[in-house]
Design a protein around this ligand. Sequence first.
Ligand code: SF4
Length: 215
Amino acid sequence: MNRKVRAIKVVDQLEKMYPDASCSLCYEDPIQLMVATQLAAQCTDARVNIVTKDLFKKYKTVCDFANADLLELEQDIRSTGFYRNKARNIIGACRMIISEYEGTVPSDMDSLLKLPGVGRKTANLLRNDYFGIPGIVVDTHAKRLSIRIGLTDNKDPEKIEYDLMKIIPEDKWGRFCHQLVYHGRALCNARKPLCEKCGILPFCKFGATHISELK
Ligand code: SF4
């Protein structure tokens, strides 16, 4: 089965398994989505949602984040880990949004990537989920599953993003990445993938080998 055919089969199967897959971070505007996504680095979405519940009541606007006291913001987000870098980046990004983009989160990739702490993953998530511009979001689940299934030979997230762009239909990019996250949590977890229960098994390179080893 060539890679493109495999990709279409996987897209169809994921669509059946997770028809309602969506971003699991809670947010109401693009600033909140940018902040939540930055906090989600090396942290679970569930933990981020607990933290942002109070955080977004305290810091309501881009100005509130831009003018935040660094040490205070660090403590507010401490439980998400790497809190010093995250606090500095969030304040820096919000200051740049005010000074360069009139207080509005930009939608183009080049501008997003200039914001402190915003890499392609965050930029693509913002574009997909807020602006409705298709993009491939390669997080830890999308990376692991793409490699296991055999949709890429690369390990670098940016290269994986471009590999997936070639074989996944553009109108499916956003949903596909959310579905990979759901599947990574439900069955294809990092330590013990449950291949024997997986609907993607017939199309998965790792699964075929894994199942034959179990026999
Ligand atoms: S068959 Fe196994 S490795 Fe492949 S997607 Fe399913 S759980 Fe993951």
